[in-house]
Design a protein around this ligand. Structure first.
Ligand code: MEV
Length: 335
């Protein structure tokens, strides 16, 4: 058991291609966004003090012990703690775990998965048993199920591995019940300069994923055709990203956005912000994440083009506009 405090963080994420279709086994591409972060700090408490979780950003503080917890049984933070303790077969330590996050909630930037990842990382390290990315991802997937119902696993994967990934959900599960996804580290042939704009409207992933499920139940052939097309776009995008062919990626983003409109997950506000980015010089733009509200992303050719796009997004009412560059990072993802 450690006596000094331990701190760990986790980035936000964007889906570059393939959201929603990834839930149905089509490929998707995602990347971490390090400009926003969740941070977890574990500090030792006096013997007998018990384990306390504090999440001041959401006004939540509760004490927790393996047997008597004041947290709701499905509280994602308490569940994440329980999963770590069960995985490591240890009792809750006398300590305080504080969660902070600069990632807007329900905006498509992976806030829930990042908070859980930072928590799992910090607590496991505090207990002297740091976990590898695949172990962290598997635990966070269990927490994601509380947020999202039927998550594909892409959010927990990209955030736990902290690098651009090409991801395909597999229907098979490992003996512990985790979905076995094909995860490949994505080689980014040329840096991708992206402007990320938040519509300020909520993007409730669970409800929107359920909406797509109902759409699919009503007209499976039509919906599956759209999902196949989105999957094909993701495959083409992967080749373009690896080849450093930024010019091809713009139109692929536009195509992906058009297919998401047909799937019924965009909104007038998202479409307006996406269109404003294109007019201001983005070579492609699309919603990112579950849709309805939340974030959109716009690809620009050069860093100097980003300023015009940022201004156009703000004029259209976007909040928290971020400019980020996606490039290959080490270490390697296991296949
Ligand atoms: C959410 O970031 C992406 C969705 O495809 C849901 C999922 O993959 O679980 C909408």
């Amino acid at each position: 058991m450690r006596s000094e405090q331990v701190r760990a963080s986790a980035p936000g994420k964007i889906i570059l291609f393939g959201e929603h279709a990834v839930v149905y086994g089509r490929p998707a591409i995602a990347a971490p966004v390090t400009q926003v972060q969740a941070t977890a700090t574990v500090q030792p408490a006096p013997p007998g003090a018990g384990f306390t979780i504090a999440a001041p950003d959401i006004g939540q503080v509760f004490s927790f012990a393996t047997k008597t917890s004041t947290a709701a049984p499905d509280d994602p933070l308490a569940v994440a703690v329980q999963l770590v303790l069960a995985d490591l077969s240890v009792e809750a330590p006398d300590a305080t775990l504080t969660i902070r996050s600069t990632i807007p909630i329900a905006s498509g930037l992976g806030s829930g998965a990042a908070v859980a990842t930072a928590l799992v990382r910090a607590l496991a390290a505090y207990l002297g048993r740091p976990l590898a990315p695949d172990q962290i991802s598997a635990l966070v997937y269990q927490v994601e199920k509380l947020h999202h119902g039927t998550p594909s696993g892409i959010d927990n994967t990209v955030i736990a591995y902290e690098q651009p990934i090409y991801f395909v959900r597999k229907p098979a599960k490992d003996p512990a019940g985790f979905p076995v996804g094909l995860i490949e580290r994505l080689i980014v042939g040329a840096p991708l300069i992206l402007v990320i704009g938040d519509t300020g409207l909520p993007s409730p992933t669970k409800q929107i994923v359920a909406q797509v499920r109902r759409t699919r139940e009503r007209d499976p052939a039509r919906c599956d055709a759209r999902l196949d097309q989105i999957g094909d776009v993701a495959v083409s995008a992967r080749h373009a990203i690896e080849a450093g062919d930024v010019d091809t990626l713009g139109p692929l983003m536009d195509e992906n956005h058009a297919l998401l409109i047909e799937l019924g997950v965009s909104s007038p506000k998202l479409n307006a912000v996406v269109e404003a980015a294109r007019i201001a010089g983005a070579i492609g733009a699309k919603l990112s994440g579950a849709g309805h509200g939340g974030n959109m992303i716009a690809l620009v050719q050069r860093q100097k083009d980003a300023a015009d796009v940022i201004e156009a997004l703000k004029e259209t009412g976007a909040k928290n506009v971020i400019c980020t560059t996606i490039q290959s990072t080490l270490p390697q993802v296991q296949k």
